[in-house]
Ligand binder design. Structure first.
Ligand SMILES: C[S@@+](CC[C@H](N)C(=O)[O-])C[C@H]1O[C@@H](n2cnc3c(N)ncnc32)[C@H](O)[C@@H]1O
Length: 224
């Protein structure tokens, strides 16, 4: 019952606040804790940790570029677009289309590039990299679960490796990463690679994760 209540709480909150998935609260919590998306850029107020010390900040300068992998139905993309207003360029990709239920045309704007495709495919990768480099790479990508934990974990690790290839190729110096991984496999290798690419690498489990879920997130902060 407790789990059901928790699920119900986050899903209802997402509906009420106009997001197609409860997962938005995982990104929100990581953003609040690690400063992934700069606060107040659109209005010229304040600075976040992700923002400080970077040349691509402030009104009139180049937009804050975000890459969202495994983006559908689109809550993380919507959160970023709403937070940064016109001061963002967002690239997003997923096997499935984005939900148009709550976006109010935001996904049609010129500052959004979406590709429906496999993030591990060469053509998707080329298209996304050509719209970079990015300041933030966020990936909530997860394989369709089979119920076999070792199969699911292995597939999740495969996606995580692909995401790290994007971080290597398309994330600018000083940029940040938030990456979902299913726990249980060789996540130590993932963390090792993150620490090679970023000055700080850590894991974090947001409160909005279902308690029975074996997913967790890895943060890479300050790309070397
Ligand atoms: C948990 S959902 C993402 C939710 C999203 N962050 C949101 O807030 O709306 C995981 C997504 O990963 C996508 N995905 C899984 N494998 C993929 C792949 N190889 N290429 C692209 N997308 C993939 C799935 O289609 C699914 O939409």
């Amino acid at each position: 019952m407790a789990n059901y209540e928790k699920l119900d709480h986050w899903s209802l909150k997402a509906q009420k606040e106009g997001y197609p998935a409860r997962s938005v609260y995982k990104l929100k919590e990581m953003d609040e804790k690690f400063g992934l998306l700069p606060a107040g850029r659109a209005g010229g107020r304040g600075k976040s940790g992700a923002d400080s010390g970077n040349q691509s900040t402030g009104g009139g300068r180049s937009p804050f570029r975000v890459l969202d992998l495994g983006a559908a139905p689109g809550s993380w993309s919507l959160y970023a677009l709403r937070k940064l207003g016109s001061d963002i360029f967002l690239s997003a990709a997923d096997l499935s289309p984005l939900s148009r239920q709550y976006d109010k045309g935001l996904f049609d704007a010129d500052n959004v590039f979406f590709i429906q495709g496999d993030i591990t495919a060469a053509e998707t990768r080329e298209a996304l990299i050509s719209h970079g480099p990015y300041r933030l790479l966020m990936s909530d990508a997860a394989p369709a679960t089979t119920g076999n934990r070792s199969v699911d974990t292995l597939r999740s690790l495969g996606l995580a490796e692909a995401v790290l290839d994007y971080a290597e190729a398309a994330l600018e110096k000083g940029g940040n990463l938030a990456l979902k991984v299913f726990q249980g496999g060789d996540t130590a290798e993932i963390l090792k690679r993150i620490r090679e690419l970023f000055k700080t690498g850590k894991s974090f489990k947001p409160a909005a994760c279902r308690s029975e879920s074996f997913e967790t997130y890895y943060l890479g902060l300050d790309r070397r």
